[in-house]
Write a protein that binds this ligand. Structure first.
Ligand SMILES: Cc1cc2nc3c(=O)[nH]c(=O)nc-3n(C[C@H](O)[C@H](O)[C@H](O)COP(=O)(O)OP(=O)(O)OC[C@H]3O[C@@H](n4cnc5c(N)ncnc54)[C@H](O)[C@@H]3O)c2cc1C
Length: 362
């Protein structure tokens, strides 16, 4: 008899959410994490008594009724998170070399549209179209809107339109096109490959409302871990899965590097698909599938510099900067050693120590 109904590999946000939902629904769940700290990209670290995020720097959609609010309410997080609402007149500001202007992404569709239309008055109609289509694209994903409906096949068109070409059909001004795509580092955007829906689902959530986690995003992982355990789930850290044992019906157990074995009826791997397949012996997965997954490109990575400020020297910024050296924001990923970096982001973490001064930036 398997000890667990569900064994989950990896305690990133996805793994923890699965564990929480399934434990709450009465399944016997076990979550395995190779590191000491849970949360994957939600992990924080501390230098000179200053907290730094590793992955999640700001989150969106947390106003009442919005999508993350509804997910986080279900997950028991909403009344416990320490959050700071970002600057409504421009939570993200897109800037370029040789251009003194800051181009704000303002919060709420009306403000977003009016703010950019004031800078690009000839593009009023195009901006309206952009905002309407963006929301329409999000509406076609019921799970994103937390709506009880099936995916409508007629809406598949959103999967086949490119983000860059969509923006180009809405507005004509080259600068505005780059301002609208200016935060594409959020989703590792490629000019010829990134679909509209990826751009829409990410950008929409922040336009709805943008927030920073005060003292870091690890609070999300801590609260989820408590919720999982409160619902009877088990969590093991320092527990690196190295093998998935297979039987005639599928996976039966996982083995860890230190020799432990966890049996389950069902398994969820929340780690890289190539690493997951590498843990399964030959003969259980079609070779063509393995080859296809192994052949997929990884998205571009980010190099981060973390700076600790002397106390009360750098005023806290309640917004992010997305700066591009080049007028074409889609070209930044094609860098050489000589011209790198072609773009950068500035995040200023929200600290409970002060609202006026920042103690760090990234
Ligand atoms: C630099 C950066 C900045 C980001 N900024 C933001 C942001 O501002 N806002 C936002 O909403 N999103 C942001 N994201 C995206 C967000 O952080 C991720 O989408 C999300 O956290 C990924 O969660 P995940 O569940 O896929 O798992 P991951 O976070 O990838 O976690 C996977 C976990 O699996 C564990 N693991 C791996 N192999 C094994 C094994 N063999 N056995 C056991 N455990 C294993 C890892 O240690 C890790 O804990 C950012 C991401 C990055 C990288």
């Amino acid at each position: 008899m398997a000890k667990y109904d569900i064994v989950i590999i990896g305690s990133g946000l996805g793994g923890m959410e699965c564990a929480y939902i399934l434990a709450k629904e009465g399944y016997k769940v076990c979550l395995l994490e190779k590191n000491r700290q849970l949360g994957g990209n939600l992990q924080i670290f501390v230098r000179d008594k200053v907290i730094f995020d590793t992955g999640v720097h700001y989150i969106g959609g947390l106003d009442e009724g919005q999508n993350l609010y509804r997910f986080f309410s279900y997950l028991g997080l909403m009344d416990k998170l320490k959050l700071r609402r970002m600057d409504e007149s421009g939570f993200d500001r897109v800037t370029f070399d040789n251009d003194p202007l800051e181009y704000p992404h303002a919060m709420g569709y009306e403000r977003f549209y009016e703010t950019l239309a004031a800078i690009f008055p000839k593009e009023r109609e195009g901006l309206k179209l952009y905002c309407d289509k963006l929301q329409e694209a999000c509406d076609s994903f019921p799970i994103y809107r937390v709506r009880d409906a099936v995916f409508n096949e007629d809406d598949l068109s959103y999967l086949n339109i490119g983000a860059k070409s969509f923006i180009e059909t809405c507005v004509q001004d080259p600068k505005l096109r780059n301002v609208l795509a200016g935060t594409n580092a959020l989703y590792a955007g490629y000019a010829d490959r990134t679909p509209l829906y990826v751009h829409a689902l990410v950008v929409n959530t922040y336009i709805e409302s943008a927030w920073k986690c005060v003292d870091g995003g690890a609070q999300i992982a801590r609260l989820l871990a408590k919720g999982i355990k409160d619902h009877g789930g088990e969590i093991y850290n320092y527990c690196e899965v190295s093998k998935i044992e297979m039987g005639s019906e599928g996976a039966t157990a996982v083995l860890t590097t230190d020799g432990r074995r966890f049996e389950g009826k069902q398994f969820i791997s929340n780690i890289h698909p190539v690493q997951t397949l590498d843990m399964i012996e030959e003969g259980f997965v079609r070779k063509s599938f393995r080859k296809r997954i192994a052949g997929l490109d990884n998205s571009i990575s980010i190099f981060t510099v973390h700076i600790v400020f002397k106390p009360d020297t750098f005023e806290y910024l309640n917004y992010n900067y997305y700066h591009s050296k080049n007028a074409d924001v889609w070209s930044a990923i094609h860098y050489t050693e000589e011209n790198w970096p072609e773009n950068y982001i500035v995040f200023v973490p929200a600290s409970s120590k002060s609202e006026k001064y920042a103690d760090s930036r990234m």
